[in-house]
Design a binder for this molecule. Structure first.
Ligand code: KIV
Ligand code: ZN
Length: 400
């Protein structure tokens, strides 16, 4: 069975959308979880964008070893230099170069002609390949690019040394049929280069990002770019969890595999939401609070008799906990440990003892400890910033 490479861009395309910015420590925390999830490529940032982005890209590149780490750059020397600096500590680096190819973008945004764009792309790829073992080229706005020119650029990029060619539906305009057809035509023109991996990157402006990504797989694409909870520019990118569950549940149709650990989908989704403070909509497929909730009497009756009547996947399979524990001052240590594990944190006894002490103090004032509170507490404990234990009180006395 063919394997689909999963390229996660939560820390880049996702992070650059309003409300989702993260600091370096938060990006590292999420990067560790995304690595555990089993992605093949993790895009850590766009280093030219800010010193903070460069620092976070370097931090992720220095630590993550379970997958490839990518950094984004426009086809411009300063961008490429910054991205290469970000990738310096990576064990498996990938330079991700992009430039728009549609006439609309060339004329109105970049104010350059097709020839100049072609030259910039091929020159930067050649330079990139001298300094990085893997180069991916993205033809921004590919789905609105004239086909002959797109094929010429793709061939030029491959001949200049690009290993992966990404053809984004940058503005979420394509339909599944059109998007698949674009890949079929490009693949046919790339006949002499079967080793080149084609990649899809879809935005959700018409709510079609996952459908378009699946159509691309049917057209032979073997890398999909996506984000946790589908976050990303405007309406977002293809949602990683929806895509993975579709490939799993409908394996009889798609016939491909991924390396993703399904049971880590829900904890990863919750970790992102807790770190950014942006809740997951309750009706979101796979990871929304209602995704496995049943209220109608007829449905409840069916579920009690046989869950397959109204559930196409067992909640536990994607890591959805069977029960929800409310954490407050009456909770015990095991409840805190279990909730932290749901959020993706494996804790030692000493860490739990310290988290518990801090949480009980906070719960006295705030009644309930939210997931966000708990993540902030575990971060403080791990950074050794927890205040000294109070001299008295049930927690300090080890009553619970
Ligand atoms: O949507 C897009 O075209 C992008 C590219 C930079 C890959 O995010
Ligand atoms: Zn994008």
């Amino acid at each position: 069975m063919d394997t689909i490479q999963i390229f996660d861009t939560t820390l880049r395309d996702g992070e650059q959308s309003p409300g989702f910015s993260m600091n370096c420590e938060e990006k590292l925390q999420l990067a560790r979880q995304i690595e555990q999830l089993g992605v093949d490529v993790l895009e850590a940032g766009f280093p030219i964008a800010s010193p903070g982005d460069l620092e976070a890209t370097r931090a992720v590149a220095a630590e993550i070893r379970g997958c490839r780490v990518a950094a984004l750059a426009r086809a411009r020397q300063e961008d490429v230099d910054a991205a290469l600096r970000g990738l310096e500590p990576a064990a498996q680096p990938r330079l991700h170069l992009f430039l728009a190819t549609s006439d609309l973008h060339l004329k109105h945004k970049l104010r350059i002609g097709r020839e100049e764009a072609f030259d910039r792309i091929t020159e930067m790829i050649r330079f990139g390949r001298k300094h990085c073992e893997e180069v991916e080229f993205s033809a921004e706005d590919a789905s609105r690019t004239e086909m002959d020119y797109l094929c010429r650029v793709v061939l030029g990029a491959v001949e200049a040394g690009a290993n992966v060619i990404n053809l984004p539906d940058t503005v979420g305009y394509s339909t599944p049929d059109e998007y698949a057809e674009m890949f079929r035509q490009v693949r046919a023109r790339l006949g002499a280069h079967p080793e080149v991996v084609l990649s899809a990157h879809c935005h959700d402006d018409l709510g079609l990002a996952v459908a378009n990504s699946l159509a691309a797989i049917e057209a032979g694409v073997r890398q999909i770019e996506c984000t946790i909870n589908g976050i990303g520019e405007r309406a977002g990118n293809a949602s990683l969890e929806e895509l993975i569950v579709a490939l799993h549940v409908r394996q009889n149709h798609y016939g491909v595999a991924t390396r993703i650990q399904l049971e880590k989908l829900y904890p990863t989704s919750r970790m992102l939401s807790s770190i950014t403070g942006v809740p997951v909509p309750p009706n979101k497929a796979v990871v929304g609070a209602n995704a496995f909730a049943h209220e109608a009497g007829i449905h409840q009756d069916g579920i009690l008799k046989n869950p397959l009547t109204y559930e196409i996947i067992v909640p536990e399979k994607v890591g959805v906990p069977a029960r929800r524990l409310v954490l407050g001052k009456h909770s015990g240590r095991n409840a805190f440990r279990a909730r932290l594990a749901d959020l993706g944190f494996e804790t030692t006894d000493a860490e739990i003892a310290e988290c518990y002490r801090l949480a009980i103090v906070q719960a006295d004032a705030e009644k309930e400890i939210t997931d966000r509170d708990l993540i902030s507490i575990i971060h403080r404990v791990r950074r050794g910033q927890a205040p000294a234990a109070a001299a008295s009180g049930p927690a300090a006395a080890g009553v619970r």
